[in-house]
Ligand binder design. Structure first.
Ligand code: KIV
Length: 281
């Protein structure tokens, strides 16, 4: 079994140009698959709001949901670095609340780090959480929790002016003490500049190939989430089709009396059937 990679290993990978592999996971079986597949890092993202609960977005997700899903993922992937995602309003309103909620991911769910959204505007939160001894991953660019302010789920940093804002955010997150940063939906040239200039590992979801690692949402990459597919997604299989076809076959076989077959039945212990027939005929 591969040894769990920790933050110093991710720093070494950045320095050596070895890409970090990162996926979301929300449940025990998916976490087991991911660990077997050799993922370096897992994110229990608040995208579980859409991918697991069917909400319209991430805003309704609450702390307890995140903790329960992190616990399940930790049980499925005991030897993988796990990042817990701080949901909307778990860190924005007060520093003390931010530190307490960040601590819950480590104490209750066995996470290795937390992620929170925002650049310059969450510097006090990052500082306070880092001072409490917790590893922090920043998340800038397209930040889904504040997509209302961004005018929807839109790529960021596509003009010189907005690229400069993203770059300022990146430097602010690193200076505040975050040990990793995730860039979402920004142009590859802006991301490449940030990855080159920052000393901490820079992960990409929709930020091109020149970052230190790549993240995808597992429900997108296995073809399970069907509501919409962002441009940056590559589907590696089509679970929705496979599972729907299997269910259709099951329905047809049950209706036709083809399932269950004799192999699927628990027969009576030898000698008991005769007694049963005599008693209950
Ligand atoms: O919740 C999540 O999965 C995320 C990704 C969109 C980066 O934050």
């Amino acid at each position: 079994m591969a040894k769990k990679k920790m933050i110093h290993e991710f720093m070494r990978m950045k320095q050596d140009g070895e890409k970090i592999t990162f996926l979301t996971a929300y449940d025990f079986p998916t976490a087991q698959f991911a660990e077997t597949a050799g993922l370096d890092m897992l994110l229990v993202g608040d995208s579980l709001g859409m991918c697991v609960y069917g909400y319209f977005g991430t805003v309704p997700v609450v702390m307890d949901q995140c903790i329960y899903h992190c616990e399940a993922v930790r049980r499925g992937a005991p030897n993988t670095f796990i990042v817990g995602d701080m949901p909307f309003m778990s860190y924005q309103s007060a520093l003390e609340k931010a530190v307490e909620n960040a601590g819950r991911f480590l104490k209750e769910a066995g996470c290795d780090a937390i992620k929170l959204e925002g650049g310059v505007r969450v510097v006090p939160q990052i500082k306070a959480i880092v001072e409490a001894g917790i590893l922090v991953m920043g998340h800038i660019g397209l930040t889904p929790q504040s997509s209302g302010q961004l005018g929807g789920h839109k790529a960021q940093g596509r003009t010189l002016e907005t690229a400069s804002i993203v770059i300022q955010d990146a430097f602010a997150v690193q200076k505040a003490g975050a040990q990793m940063i995730l860039l979402e939906a920004i142009p590859p040239e802006v991301a490449a500049y940030i990855a080159q200039k920052l000393s901490i590992p820079v992960l990409s979801i929709g930020a091109g190939p020149d970052c230190d690692g790549q993240l995808l949402i597992v429900s997108d990459m296995i073809g399970q989430f069907q509501a919409f597919t962002p441009k940056f997604v590559k589907k590696y299989c089509n679970v929705a089709e496979v599972v729907t076809n299997a269910m259709k076959e099951y329905v047809a076989e049950v209706k036709a009396g083809k399932f269950p077959e004799d192999d699927h039945c628990y027969h009576m212990i030898s000698g008991e059937k005769e007694k049963f027939d005599a008693e209950f005929k």
